[in-house]
Design a protein around this ligand. Sequence first.
Ligand code: URA
Length: 466
Amino acid sequence: MNEIERAGATQDRTRLHMIDLIRKKRDGGTLDARELSFLVAGAADESIPLEQLAAWLMAAWLRGLSLEETRSMAMAMRDSGEKFDPRNLGKVAVDKHSTGGVGDKTSFLVAPLAAACGLAVPMISGRALGHTGGTLDKLEAIPGYRTALTLAEFEAVLKRCGASIVSQTPTLVPADRILYALRDRTGTVENPGLICASILSKKLAAGLNALVLDVKTGSGAFLRKREDADYLAALMVATAEAAGTRTAALMTDMSQPLGRMAGNWIEIAECVELLRGGRAAGSEDVRELSLLLAGWMIHLGGKTDTPQAGYQLAEAALMDGSALSVFLKMVDAQGGDVSVFDDLRRFHKPGATDVLEAWQGGFVTEMDTTALGWAVQRLGAGREKAGEPVDPHAGIEFHARRGTRVEKGQPFATLYATKQEMLAEPLELIRKAVTIAETAPEIVPLVSGVFRRESAESFLASLTRS
Ligand code: URA
């Protein structure tokens, strides 16, 4: 901002009062772009007290945000700090973002896959939120890995490796850092407008040319109902496209954890096994979803004419080891100790372990994946309060999936906790969250739909008409 703009912004802000914006939203009103910029700037520079932000978030959660409000909030959050300009990289910049799930670890595969295919992947990620795990918490399970890079360091890693996964910092999308942590503590996560603004602020601040969104549906998604997830997907595609980023959203299954592992280090280890060409049966869904998402990134990044051709390029990069070498280079460039990958099991040192056996025979028919996510958190893998450390070694290894036939007494899940006394509650949570019954369940497809610009806009227009 130059001096004249700064003076204007200060003048604008002196005419607004946060209490008025809280009351307006509480009473079902719509905030304009100037009011939302005031709110977002006040969150970023911490001039608005947290209790006022929390009250406004709850009002917004209850009343909802209009399309225009969502767009204005996303743009104001994008502009709340420094931005990354990927033009110096000399490559097309692409990324993927997920709306959050349990065992959702595709970032560790898609970033190196797309980079190995000649694209740049500047990925700004988040921490654990609600019942879902956080990309940054998982990466920090690698000793030494630094997520808080300066923009200059971010650019240097991208030039060297093609991919870099970092956090928001006090200078990069600071508004989301504050609002994200506050939403986590105030029960205001599950709202399409707030999720859209949060995700897109980080993605648009990275100056992306193309973006692939992984929008989760089912029992472990923030928005469980299909119509809500469709709305969120359409909202994000239309908003990102309006900001000049080629975008597609894949509607993907979260009716069970993705893959075998849910936690921090154990998810990284599962991905390294896949990057080494491993094909463990319980990890096939992670492999397939990662290749599908990477295929879309490669296609939208202009490397192939179709997403199917992108999938084939991604699979070749997985099989020939080039994606693995990008991943290892990135970890090393961000200070991580790559020797921990020499023996994935040996590095894993949980404080306490227990095995939950199937309590009856039959098919695994239902998994309340949100409850399973809370079980992972309570083993020590997530945090109760913002800023708390997480246990890199805590988590759950699942030995059965929806549709698996289990015998009574067969291992169903192995739990890894920080200490012995933290095992009892998660054991109970898992037992209650999983249904074993006589009849096999219907298998849900991994990807059940795709939104592109046209379909997103017509979906949103159909809602306005009805
Ligand atoms: N991921 C984000 O970055 N923000 C949200 O609000 C939800 C998921």
